[in-house]
Structures are given as C-alpha cells and as structure tokens.
Design a binder for this molecule. Structure first.
Ligand code: GLA
Length: 381
C-alpha cells in the first residue's frame, strides 16, 4: 500500500479518552461529512484506546467492549464506510494497551486477520507497557508483516512515542507514519515542544512514510480528556491556528483531536483552511528547509522555506517566543543570492494580501505565539 501524502482524519483520544462509544463515533462521522471535513480531505475515523473488551473472547480474539460498542466493530466500520470514510482502530505492540486493555503482542497475525474482517483501513499501533527485555522493533515488524498477510490494505500508523529513533526503522517495518513525539496536550507549551523537537528531523518524512508529530489539539479549548487532571486551559484561537499552520508546513499527518460536533467557527475555519491543507498535502512532500548556522538563527523565532510542486515556494515565519519579535529571514540562506537578481514577491496565505516585492531579506515583526505564511514568487530587481 503506497501512501503518498500525510494521512488526514479524526482520532477519538484527545477529547474522549476512555469515554468512547458507538453513538459518539457515529455522530462524529456525520459531523465530519456534513460540516465539510470530508470534502477538505479528512478521511480516516480512528477509534483509539479502550474500544475493546477487558478480555479476549473464547477464540482468543479481540472483541468489542459490549457497553461501548454493543453491535461489534464491523458494524461501526460499516457505518463509517457507508458515509464514504475510512475506519481506523487502535492496538499496541505490547501485551496491554496504554489504558490496560488487551493488546496484540504475541497475537499479531490473529488480530490483523480480525481487523481485516471488520473492514479496518488504518491501525494505530502503540507501545506502552512493552516488556523491558523484548524487542519492540521486531514487534512492530511482526505486525507490519501480519498486516501484509491479512489480505487487506491497512494503513500502518506506528505509535512508538518517539522511542528508539523510529525515523530510522519505521519505513522498513512497513509503517506509513510514525509518532516521533511524546503525547501532545492541550497547551501551547506542549505543541511548541513537539514542533521544536522535530525541526531537525523533518528530512526523514517522505512519501511512503510520514513523521507524525501527534494529533491536532485545534478547537479543544481545555475540554480534553486530561483537563481535569492537569488543569489545562487550552490555547487561544490564534495559537491553535499557528499549531495547524506549523503541522501543515511540516507535512505531518493531520488527525483532528477535538469534538467536531461542537467546534467553534474560528477553529473549524482553521481545520478547513484549504491553503494550509494544500501545503501539507503537496505532491512533492518536501521537508522544511532552514539553516541553524544562519546569522540570526533562533529556534523560537524561526523562518522556514518549503518547496512545493510546480516550482512554487512558501515561506513560514513562526514566533514561538513569549514576546513580540522580528523574524530574521535572509534570502541567501534560502539559496537566493543577491547576484541572482531575483527577489520574492510575497502574498500572505491567510489574508490573501500581497505585501509586495522583497529583496535580500524580509524580517517582519510578529506578536508572541503567532505566525505568517507567504506564497513567494520570483521577481526581478
Ligand atoms: C498513548 C498514545 C496516545 C493514545 C494513548 C491511549 O499515550 O501516545 O496517542 O493513543 O496512548 O491510551
């Protein structure tokens, strides 16, 4: 199965955690279709941890939790498919899932076969509770093989939570995406941490297998699963938009984590922004470019360049710092030397505003926790 673009969809974990059920999933599917998400490219509906019964059935198979999914998982998959979307499910490379439910370690071929029977199109495969002495790389490979043997195309989303340099082996074990980070939480600090830790690893992400910097928190506004425990207040709408813009510049999979039945208009517009989604889904799928040796390089006030198909370019300016600041971008650091005679004519992708022809450098001042992304066309001096 070839996956050429970062997968897009929705995942139950960030908002619902363990409190999932058939009704929530069905209402979410309906909202994804009716509110424009499906049309914008969101495709997979992924039911995360806690969908299964506490014990395997008498045959040794994973089976649906009878209270949450009384009609079984095939029924859920059929509903998702009937709405033109794809069915994602969750298990783990360990004996137990992160929440202590039975998982697939030692049962890979049996479980992959069952997933295929249920019509599963996507498997998120976690790593919590992995036995210390066991070989998790081999465990991921075993499920990769089991999926191939299952007779169905199932997108394999590894979730090794950044452990063991997954960028180096996920592609080889059959993965189509790999979680390179710890869990995201609904706060600016958390999204910043996930983003910055992966700046330097963007080049491992490419068609076939994408670096997944975790699900989106856009639109959660503190209503997520751990809000009670950690007292998270969420982010501002602008911070959520910056988060989405960075994920798109990075080319991460885009898995919505909020309650799409009730999201506010601003965040819905963010998640449906076609310009940003097009950057994420660009056919060339090139990594971000920046040079940490550049004169004024600063991870907190950083400019990126990304090449897109049809010889297009975008520049992304991100102020992750706590104060208003200039973002210093010198075009020679992006390969446009002064002697070339070329400058860049910039158009803000969020507002459509043409901000004119710039030569040698463009260093706008950005508010704290804000961003700008520009389409850039070559222009002559
Ligand atoms: C891990 C993963 C999360 C989620 C939970 C479920 O923490 O990283 O994305 O799947 O497990 O328990």
């Amino acid at each position: 199965m070839v996956v050429n673009k970062p997968p897009m969809g929705w995942n139950s974990w960030n908002t619902f955690g363990t409190n999932i059920n058939e009704q929530i999933i069905f209402e979410t599917v309906d909202a994804l279709v009716e509110k424009g998400y499906k049309d914008a490219g969101y495709e997979y509906v992924v039911i995360d941890d806690c969908w299964m019964a506490r014990e395997r059935d008498e045959n040794g198979d994973l089976t649906a939790n009878p209270e949450k999914f009384p009609h079984g998982m095939k029924y859920v998959g059929d509903y998702i498919h009937s709405k033109g979307m794809k069915f994602g499910i969750y298990s783990s490379a360990s004996p137990l899932t992160c929440q202590g439910y039975p998982a697939s370690y030692g049962h890979e071929y049996r479980d992959a076969k069952k997933f295929a029977e249920w019509g599963v199109d996507y498997l998120k495969y976690d790593l919590c509770h992995f036995p210390g002495k066991a070989d998790y790389r081999n465990a991921y490979l075993t499920m990769g093989m089991a999926l191939r043997a299952s007779g169905r195309d199932i997108l394999y989303a590894l979730c090794p939570i950044g452990i063991g340099e997954p960028e180096k082996w996920s592609r080889a074990v059959g993965g189509h995406m790999y979680r390179s980070t710890v869990d995201i939480f609904d706060s600016f600090e958390s999204l910043k941490d996930n983003a910055q830790k992966q700046f330097y690893k963007t080049h491992y992400s490419a068609p076939g297998c994408f670096n997944d910097i975790d699900m989106l928190i856009v639109g959660m506004h503190g209503k997520g699963l751990v809000a009670d425990v950690y007292g998270l207040n969420g982010c501002t709408d602008e911070e959520y938009r910056m988060h989405f813009a960075f994920w798109c510049m990075f080319g991460s999979p885009l898995m919505i984590g909020c309650d799409v039945r009730n999201v506010d208009d601003y965040c819905r517009d963010t998640l449906l922004n076609r310009e940003l989604i097009a950057i994420d889904q660009d056919a060339e799928a090139r990594p971000l470019y920046f040079d940490e040796r550049a004169r004024f390089h600063d991870d907190n006030k950083i400019g990126f360049m990304k090449m897109l198909e049809n010889n297009k370019i975008v520049l992304g300016y991100f102020n992750f710092s706590e104060s208003k600041a200039a973002i210093n971008v010198y075009f020679e650091d992006f390969g446009i030397a002064a002697e070339s005679g070329f400058g860049l004519e910039l158009t803000d992708v969020m507002t459509g505003e043409n901000i004119g022809k710039k030569f040698d450098a463009y260093c706008p001042t950005l508010e704290a926790h804000s961003f700008r992304i520009f389409k850039a066309e070559f222009c002559k001096r």
